[in-house]
Design a binder for this molecule. Structure first.
Ligand SMILES: Nc1ncnc2c1ncn2[C@@H]1O[C@H](COP(=O)(O)OP(=O)(O)O)[C@@H](O)[C@H]1O
Ligand SMILES: [Mg+2]
Length: 288
């Protein structure tokens, strides 16, 4: 039986409820919940999420960027490897539940602990929570965040850098920060600082694109205050505008032009410039 049919029948048998499922490709790729012994668990299904041609092009792009494969089995393997690598390094991710059901899971599926809590993005932007409390939580996050970046740089382990970096991929569960959606891993890293810069930029974009002009300034001032490793923040502008590698400079130049044409909201280039301004503001306060 084909994998997709096997997965489809399994989802039906266990009465899986869709949470977020891609419309493209096989229509099966995504996240589902299942009740097991009165407890809710997550079932993550990796299946082709785009047309065959787009999936092949995406896979080539992934390999060129030093990432694991974009195939269904490649993403499933990478997620397992990353979830485990993060936990071993002391960073929280949902636990893998190896044998949730009497019957084995179909190929390219993982069963994960269900995490109950708001996304960190929603919490940081929640006007109903006093700003002081949000900044306190952000400070705790930033300390762990920087610790992970330093660890990746010191060990050269690109798996510790989130490829789909966004505050929408972190749950705030009590006082724990639980990061998820780790289905791609950097396995060949030329310039770790540039990869770290890209990650930080992705996180910032996810919040800044939802902020008012005034909130943007406040959020970046918080960041500069709470994130302990200023060199990584400063490198974001360098990586995008003065990258030591000529091919990288060419890629960024083209990317900048394309994003301008598409009128993208808060592109990474704007994040870099605004963050640079926030770093200069902080320096001006220190000097005066
Ligand atoms: N372990 C989990 N616990 C609770 N909800 C989860 C968990 N993992 C994923 N989700 C929910 O499913 C959504 C999509 O998950 P994600 O891993 O980002 O999948 P995708 O690869 O399709 O983006 C999340 O935004 C979240 O709402
Ligand atoms: Mg996701």
């Amino acid at each position: 039986m084909k994998n997709t049919e096997q997965i489809r029948q399994f989802l039906e048998r266990v009465s899986a409820v869709p949470v977020s499922v891609s419309e493209g490709g096989t229509g099966l790729n995504g996240v589902w919940t299942v009740e097991v012994g009165g407890k809710r668990v997550i079932l993550k299904v990796y299946s082709r999420r785009r047309s065959l041609l787009r999936a092949v092009l995406c896979d080539i792009g992934y390999r060129l960027r030093g990432l694991t494969s974009f195939s269904a089995s490649g993403r499933c393997r990478a997620e397992r490897m990353n979830l485990e690598a993060w936990r071993r390094a002391g960073f929280e991710t949902p636990r893998i539940i190896e044998t949730p059901l009497p019957e084995p899971l179909p190929p390219n599926c993982l069963c994960l602990e269900f995490i109950d809590g708001p996304l960190l993005s929603s919490f940081l932007l929640d006007a109903a929570v006093p700003a002081r409390d949000r900044k306190r939580v952000f400070r705790r996050f930033a300390e762990q965040w920087a610790r992970r970046h330093v660890r990746a740089e010191q060990t050269g382990d690109g798996r510790l850098i989130h490829e789909r970096s966004t505050f929408d991929h972190v749950f705030l569960c009590g006082d724990r920060f639980v990061t998820f959606d780790l289905e791609a891993a950097y396995v060949r890293v030329g310039n770790m600082r540039a990869v770290i810069a890209r990650e930080i930029c992705g996180y910032l974009r996810s919040v800044l694109k939802r902020c008012s002009e005034e909130q943007i300034g406040t959020f970046l001032d918080w960041l500069v205050d709470v994130y302990p490793n200023r060199a990584y923040l400063a490198y974001i502008h360098t990586a995008l505008y003065r990258n030591p590698s000529l091919p990288a400079r060419l890629v960024h130049g083209t990317d900048r032009a394309l994003r301008r044409l598409r009128k993208q909201k808060m592109p990474k280039f704007e994040v870099a410039q605004r963050l640079r301004a926030a770093l200069l503001r902080a320096d001006a306060v220190t000097v005066s």
